[in-house]
Design a protein around this ligand. Structure first.
Ligand code: FVH
Length: 293
């Protein structure tokens, strides 16, 4: 589906840390890039590298068939584009601003109402990873736009299309971040536990990092059980065996708030109370699904 003749003119709205990195990568790839930022003066380096600067959002939108929005949040996209939506008609909007899934769907519907082809992007990278193409960007929304723009968007990161539900890329992004932040919180809880006896967080991190890296090897096995839907398959660690109340007590004994691990224990308890104690730990998944036990 690769487009041999992708559009070469691209407008980038928003020259923050990420928007600046995206614009620089497009320039490096030889595109003709028009940039705009609400606060003037953030375009100096990009202009020196060949970008054209627009004096207004309207001028920026009118300059290219493809408009990329990399703004702070959902509201920023509307504040920038609502007043110039007539100029956006007939163009493609690639929105890589972080939004919730429903915010992305709302923008897709708003775009459709105004004759704009909408592709939502969720960036799994920090700005430094854009120039080295080390990150991933998930997309959803217009398949036509994705296929047409693939040669362009691949200058930023590995691209993955997640379907025509515009909210899906955001959902996958936020689910990935949910896992990451809970891992960070778990580490910080452990660091507070050992900190109560004087062990430094650095010493703890040196031990925790390789252990967690090894434990990620378990994820595929949990996924097989969840996807298979049978929590009784043999050779799993059972929920009864996974009782974590000793960790909760140890944390309390050390004067450390057990909130992160207590939350996991509460999920286990719900399944055990419903009679599933002999089933695998992956059954915690069912505690998290609305209306399930
Ligand atoms: N930076 C990162 O590591 C993350 C990685 C994952 C994805 N994010 C998302 O990318 C969006 C932009 O992030 P950013 O890093 O470029 O953010 P800032 O450096 O804070 O720049 C924000 C830009 O947004 C402009 N802006 C804010 N509000 C408005 C508005 N109401 N109207 C127009 N523009 C607006 C701001 O302009 P200014 O303050 O300079 O005038 C910046 O250009 C974001 O969704 C991340 O979650 C990045």
């Amino acid at each position: 589906n690769r487009n041999p003749n992708p559009p070469t003119d691209i407008t980038l709205l928003g020259l923050g840390a990420m928007g600046g990195a995206l614009a620089a990568a497009l320039l490096d790839a030889g595109h003709s890039v028009t940039v705009w930022n609400r606060t003037p003066g953030r375009d100096t380096d990009l202009v020196a590298r060949g970008a054209r600067t627009a004096g207004s959002a309207r001028e920026a939108v009118s300059a290219s068939p493809v408009v990329v929005a990399c703004l702070l949040k959902h509201d920023s996209v509307h504040e920038t584009l609502d007043p110039v939506v007539d100029a956006l008609r007939g163009r493609t909007l690639v929105n890589v601003t972080t939004t919730t899934p429903n915010e992305a769907r709302e923008l897709a519907s708003w775009a459709a109402d105004h004759g704009v082809d909408y592709l939502d992007g969720a960036i799994m990278a920090v700005p430094a990873m854009i120039s080295s193409r080390a990150g991933q960007i998930f997309y959803s929304g217009s398949r036509t736009a994705y296929d047409a723009l693939l040669p362009i968007i691949e200058t930023w990161a590995t691209s993955e299309f997640h379907g025509e539900d515009a909210g899906r890329a955001s959902l996958v992004d936020l689910a990935m971040l949910s896992g990451m932040y809970q891992m960070f919180a778990g580490f910080l809880h452990g660091a507070a536990m050992v900190g109560s006896v004087g062990m430094s967080a650095a010493d703890f991190a040196a031990r925790q990092a390789p252990f967690l890296a090894a434990m990620t090897g378990e994820l595929a096995g949990f996924a097989d059980v969840v996807d298979g839907g049978d929590y009784t398959v043999p050779n799993q660690q059972s929920l009864d065996f996974s009782d974590l109340s000793h960790i909760v007590r140890a944390s309390q004994d050390q004067g450390v708030d057990p909130a992160p691990i207590a939350a996991v224990q509460a999920l286990i308890d719900r399944q055990v109370a419903a009679g599933h104690g002999s089933e695998g730990f992956a059954r915690v998944y069912e505690s998290l699904r609305a209306g399930e036990l």
